[in-house]
Design a protein around this ligand. Structure first.
Ligand code: GYE
Length: 320
């Protein structure tokens, strides 16, 4: 029963929106299916909003949220194929497991654009382009802050605790790789432990609490966290200790949500690496170029920067 309701509801919604949208259909160029992976962070909500808003300017958009389930995302993409959409935009939850569904899209002649995280497929023609940040550069920037920060320090060892994102996703792998690349220039730097918080605040908090219970947190010099939500969780855990965040433990975090910029201004964290969620314009532009016959680069990078005490006065409003 539940299944039937779940199936009928979107169908009814689509049917009514189809008739209601009949008039505007002429103005709206394309029907685009947009499958988002979840809503785990403020960053993600902004990312969704940016893409939807930009695409809805000229197209009819069918939006689905995968709620952090790959199976659900695959089902959503299958629905788009059944509706014969003109193009599919999707932001994959994880790297593997997309070959089959994207082959179905290809067989139906529906072009696919991958946004944000990367996918690993042997046939590169299964998607027309990938649009996203350079996760490796983000890791590099975080590592660079740490090496600069300790450049004149007399410390013989610098112990780093890493709080990493969801495993088997490209931001997690590349943020680690990029960070390691820059800290390896200073032989005193060592990642002593890596915790996994899946990009979720609660999980970041739990992991940190457990670590504090089992280890001497005062021996840690740096916390490198793969996203702001987990950093908030870690800060809540640290608040129950004598360790002063931003002073006794240097904190580097990624995303640059407004709430984390406030923590940067308050001195609770030291370096906020921007991960740009405003993918909308880039996606819309790629679609326009594709349908007007241009060849797209297989990889399109979005611009990003980094914030710390050195540029506090010039941080643009975040809106996320
Ligand atoms: O950093 C995090 C989100 O995939 C780059 O996912 C994205 C990451 C982002 O949950 O906040």
């Amino acid at each position: 029963m539940k299944k039937i309701v779940l199936f009928i509801f979107p169908l009814l919604f689509l049917l009514t929106s189809c008739t209601a949208a009949a008039d505007i259909e002429e103005e709206k160029n394309l029907v685009i299916g947009f499958s988002q992976s979840g809503t785990e962070s403020k960053w993600r909500k902004k990312h969704t909003d940016s893409i939807k808003t930009e695409l809805e300017k000229n197209n009819q958009v069918l939006y689905r949220n995968g709620y952090m389930s790959q199976e659900r995302q695959i089902q959503d993409i299958r629905t788009f194929i059944a509706y014969k959409v003109d193009l599919i935009v999707f932001t994959p939850l994880q790297e593997d497991g997309w070959e089959l569904i994207l082959t179905e899209a290809k067989q139906a002649d529906i072009p696919v654009i991958v946004v944000d995280r990367h996918i690993s497929v042997s046939d590169q023609s299964l998607y027309i382009t990938h649009i996203g940040p350079s996760f490796k550069a983000e890791g590099n920037r975080g590592g660079l802050y740490v090496t600069n920060h300790f450049a004149d320090s007399q410390k013989e060892e610098i112990n780093i605790l890493e709080l990493s994102g969801l495993p088997e996703t490209s931001p997690t792998t590349l943020r680690t790789e990029g960070f390691q690349e820059t800290i390896s220039r200073d032989s005193r730097m060592k990642i002593v432990d890596t915790l996994s918080g899946d990009y979720i605040r609660m999980k970041g908090k739990e992991q940190m609490e457990q670590y504090i219970e089992e280890h001497d947190i005062s021996s840690i010099d740096v916390l490198y966290s793969h996203n702001d939500e987990m950093t908030h969780g870690a800060l809540e855990a640290l608040a129950k200790t004598d360790v002063v965040p931003g002073k006794d433990i240097i904190i580097v975090t990624i995303d640059a949500q407004e709430d984390m910029i406030r923590k940067l201004r308050a001195g609770d964290v030291n370096c906020v690496v921007e991960c740009n969620p405003n993918a909308g314009w880039f996606v819309a532009n790629a679609i326009e170029r594709y349908f007007s016959g241009h060849e797209l680069a297989h990889e399109i990078y979005m611009p990003e920067t980094v914030f710390s005490e050195s540029n506090l006065d010039t941080i643009p409003t975040r809106n996320y």
